[in-house]
Design a protein around this ligand. Structure first.
Ligand code: BMA
Length: 937
């Protein structure tokens, strides 16, 4: 250890910029020109944003109504970004002078003056173009980046490929309102449209760029591997702090094409380690990799844990290169964490291997249930996503106990800041490679481009402790086996192509660069079993192996448990619409109906509106869409209720299967990642958070169903089963579980049973099995007219510690369907708002008291003030509830009260709704959701 070196390291970092001459994006003026118009260009940025800024695209909000269609011509044009480079003589004196583009979207020719210096064809590749010979001293250097229309390029590539054989799909379904052939261009696949998002195929210099000159090496990326020197305990023990064997690799751009270059490498890791080593680097094809191995002694380092299991200590790792003469340095700092990850696929029963294999995540030698969701791009234009918005979304995931997010393969390899925030929050990232729901070409150019893409991305992201695994693609194994795109007739060709791309091209590169985490060929897949079956398994959705994506829009999701007992549910979900507040921003009055052309336009899932109506109608009464904002808002609300209830049921189902297994081997479910966390725009989707950050009812429900300990009730014919599921490491003794029976027509409970139990850590166990009649006496407690007993009553469950404090959030289970229940006409009022006070969640925390004169289902609070409630969409069984509101910024009770509304399922019942219409409560304008006013008594 050479701690003394640290001081000089700091100084050397500080002089970095004085050594190189660099032209930074922020200082540079760019012009954007298309066939017919010219505008200012923002770099990093994109054409759509520039045209918005220049007011060429001026139809209200970017996502307003049919703008996706109206603005489509932009993507059909070719666009050129132009700037003048002012070049200093000293820059040209360097051995190598290059333009470095961290990202070009997508197909472009880069020229200085009339000389072409490079080409790009992949949004995910970092390009380094030599320009020394093309630049002149002074400002007479015109740099042009000429983008070809991504839509026409993809069509040409498709045609060229089709001359041999078609690589499908030929196009997205018409309901997507999108563009065809995204699979023929290495660009965000969803930018051509998806079943939750619009088509805005962008173009532009979407990441940083710079002009740089250097003589030796330029540090680009850092690899970090830490292996504990003794095995970690299977039960976390903070006092166990092993030593670590560390390997660092520093990838560098070299000034020379090949040969050797001498200098030194200084590695410093927090205050744990710092050493300067003399190094002779071997350069090949303008690249060098510097390697350093060292040990960290015991008791120096705290483990990095996923959210919910401990802290996320991060250590700064700096690699600093200096040439031999110490006249040139280059450095990079990343933050790293100490943890191990494993995707365990052991047989679940060595005596009977037909029962299949586990698919479980082991972090720091501890098996953890993965709770989380799937991430899609936060905006169709990457330049529109701020670090603050990214943080807000990931925070919302962490606040709802999520410890794993899958970055889905149809979007982008996310920004550095995304993974940095995930590192800080302890959210493990299941990282797909960006290939989704398609077959892909495997011609030489395409593969060469993919090689560069995987190299760029795995090198860039490898050091993040949050990244759990790499997955080759989204659903392409299942698509091929399932003949989604009519590939069956030429199956062997597509299978061979599949293996060429994912197994022979992507996997070896990813694994060569990153040997620290698993690589799975597809997501979902049967894992090892898929590989044994030649990568295209006979049944890719086999419950006994790997992960499963499961969607079912026909069955009753609230009851009846139509879900697969999978090892790992990496996608499942149900649609809903965003709130009226969100829809209002991009619609006009004539759009406010579930059957309006606008609603169909924004429902990209084929037959989605009908499926949604069916699903909502299974349990609730669909309001007639009579053109009023009130009935439209009720429809939006009901879709959110349906989604929240369905995903709650499905997630609880997966959690209940965490520690048991059927005789056939189904069970040991070890992950539940619902589809999808965030939205790309305001439209029908599976998201739990609306575009802009507003929580849907599902997100509030996720806070409960992902809690570390939950109770979960379901019906098994005439028996009610109550499970207690714990993700806690240890057991909790003397917990008291209470199950209460309630009637819809009276507040309070009519019957209850309780049980004192030990809640076993990392276990799901049945705590009650109660017969509806003999144990809960439904015919005694739930008689009303000729109504079915199960429609008169419902259940709530409560789990408390011996001191009375909550161990699990209160839960509820509806025995029947609300549409068949004698729901009372609850009048719900907010009776007081107190605050603000400071809480762990917000400096402006308000206590909102809600009163009801009757039982109310799915009580829903809304406000224009930015922030979240402590709970929402809840069931009221008592006359009063206190809910906290955590504002994002300074606000007052007055401001909160001014826009606070409350409604419940009662408000959507036709008898209530019609009464409101007769009483003249018909709302029309901006705020139709004042269905229940807020009274401050
Ligand atoms: C899965 C995903 C996405 C899609 C979602 C909902 O297939 O991988 O492609 O958006 O289902 O249909």
């Amino acid at each position: 250890m050479a701690r003394g070196v640290e001081a000089s390291v700091v100084m050397m970092v500080a002089v970095w910029w004085s050594v190189f001459t660099a032209t930074q994006a922020a200082q540079q003026n760019w012009t954007l020109s298309g066939t017919n118009l010219t505008a200012g260009g923002a770099v990093p940025g994109g054409v759509y944003s520039d045209l918005m800024t220049a007011q060429y695209l001026h139809d209200g909000d970017f996502y307003y109504r049919f703008n996706d269609l109206n603005y489509r011509l932009v993507s059909m044009d070719n666009w050129t970004y132009t700037t003048q480079l002012d070049v200093d003589a000293s820059l040209l004196n360097h051995t190598r002078v290059a333009l470095v583009f961290e990202g070009l979207d997508t197909v472009a020719e880069v020229a200085i003056g009339s000389e072409v210096v490079g080409h790009s064809d992949n949004m995910f590749v970092r390009y380094v173009f030599n320009v020394k010979d093309q630049l002149q001293e002074g400002n007479a250097n015109t740099l042009q980046v000429k983008f070809e229309s991504p839509v026409t390029y993809a069509a040409h590539m498709y045609d060229a490929q089709a001359a041999d054989y078609i690589v499908p799909p030929k196009c997205v379904p018409s309901a997507y309102q999108g563009e065809c052939h995204a699979n023929h261009i290495r660009k965000m696949q969803a930018s051509f449209s998806w079943d939750w998002g619009p088509a805005f195929p962008n173009a532009g210099i979407w990441k940083d760029w710079r002009l740089v000159g250097w003589n030796s090496l330029l540090v680009t990326d850092i690899y970090f591997s830490a292996t504990p020197s003794s095995s970690l305990p299977t039960t976390p023990d903070p006092s166990f702090r092993p030593g670590w064997n560390i390997t660092i690799k520093v990838w560098c751009d070299a000034a020379q094409e090949s040969g050797e270059v001498g200098g030194s490498l200084t590695i410093s890791l927090g205050n744990l380690y710092s050493l300067k080593q003399t190094i002779t680097a071997t350069v090949e094809n303008y690249e060098a990799v510097l390697v350093s191995n060292f040990k960290i002694e015991e008791d120096q380092v705290d483990l990095w844990w996923p959210n919910g299991y401990g802290n996320q200590p991060l250590y700064n790792l700096t690699a600093l290169w200096s040439n031999s003469a110490e006249t040139e340095t280059s450095s990079k700092t990343v933050s790293v964490g100490f943890r191990t990850v494993e995707l365990n696929q052991d047989y679940i029963d060595l005596d009977n291997i037909t029962k299949g294999r586990h698919y479980r995540v082991i972090v720091n030698n501890v098996t953890l249930f993965m709770k989380g969701s799937n991430w899609i791009p936060a905006h169709i234009l990457p330049e529109s996503v701020t670090p603050e918005y990214t943080r807000a979304l990931l925070n919302a995931a962490a606040q709802t106990h999520q410890n794993c997010i899958r970055v889905w393969g149809g979007g982008i390899y996310e920004t550095d800041v995304f993974y940095q925030i995930a590192d800080e929050l302890g959210i493990l990232i299941w990282e797909d490679m960006m290939f989704a729901c398609s077959m892909y070409p495997v011609n030489e150019d395409f593969l060469t481009s993919v090689e560069a893409e995987v190299t760029t991305q795995v090198r860039r992201l490898q050091h993040h402790p949050s990244i759990l695994l790499w997955a080759g693609n989204n659903e392409n194994e299942a698509a091929l086996r399932g003949n989604w795109y009519a590939t069956a007739q030429n199956f062997d060709q597509y299978k061979a192509d599949y293996i060429t791309l994912y197994v022979d091209t992507i996997r070896p590169i990813a694994m060569e660069i990153d040997d620290t985490r698993p690589f799975v060929v597809s997501s979902p897949s049967n894992g090892i079993k898929s590989e044994e079956e030649g990568y295209i398994a006979a049944h890719p959705y086999d419950n006994l192996y790997g992960d499963v994506h499961y969607y079912n829009y026909i069955s009753d999701a609230w009851q009846g448990e139509p879900f697969p007992i999978t090892r790992f549910a990496s996608e499942y979900g149900y649609q809903s619409w965003p709130s009226f507040k969100s829809m209002h921003e991009v619609t006009m009055e004539e759009d406010w109906s579930s059957t309006s052309p606008m609603s169909y336009h924004r429902q990209h899932h084929p037959v989605g509106q009908e499926e949604l109506a069916l699903q909502v109608g299974l349990h609730m009464e669909l309001p007639p869409q009579d053109g009023t904002a009130a009935s439209y808002q009720q429809y939006l609300y009901l879709t959110q209720v349906h989604q929240a209830m369905a995903v709650k049921a499905e997630t609880e189902f997966y959690r209940r299967w965490m520690s048991s297994v059927t005789d056939e081997g189904e069970g040991y479910t070890s992950g539940a990642l619902y589809w999808q966390l965030n939205d790309i725009w305001q439209g029908a989707s599976w998201a739990s958070i609306e575009y802009g950050g507003r929580w849907k009812m599902l997100h509030y429900y996720a806070k409960n169903f992902f809690a570390p300990v939950i109770t979960s009730t379901y019906m098994d014919t005439d028996n009610v089963k109550v499970y207690v599921v714990s993700d806690e490491i240890g057991d909790v003794k003397n917990a008291k579980l209470t199950l209460k029976l309630h009637r819809y027509d009276q507040l309070g409970a009519v019957f209850s049973v309780d049980n004192t139990l030990t809640v076993a850590g990392r276990t799901a166990s049945e705590a009650f099995s109660l017969n509806l009649e003999s144990d809960l006496a439904l015919s005694t407690h739930c008689q009303k007219d000729l109504i079915d007993l199960v429609d008169v009553c419902f259940l709530t469950s409560h789990l408390a510690l011996s001191d009375g404090s909550y161990l699990a959030p209160d839960n509820f289970y509806l025995l029947g369907k609300p549409k068949d229940a004698p729901l009372p006409d609850a009048t719900i009022q907010v009776t007081s708002i107190l605050g603000p006070t400071s809480s762990g969640s917000s400096d402006w925390t308000f206590t909102v008291t809600v009163n009801s004169d009757a039982v109310a289902l799915f009580v829903w609070l809304e406000t224009d003030v930015s922030g979240v409630f402590s709970q929402n969409g809840f069931v009221m069984t008592e006359s009063q509830m206190e809910v906290l509101f955590y504002a994002d910024q300074e606000t007052t009770t007055g401001e909160l009260q001014a826009s606070l509304t409350v409604m419940s399922l009662t408000d959507t019942l036709s008898r209530v709704y019609q009464n409101q219409q007769q009483e003249g409560l018909k709302d029309s304008a901006i705020h139709p959701n004042d269905i229940r006013n807020v009274f401050i008594l």
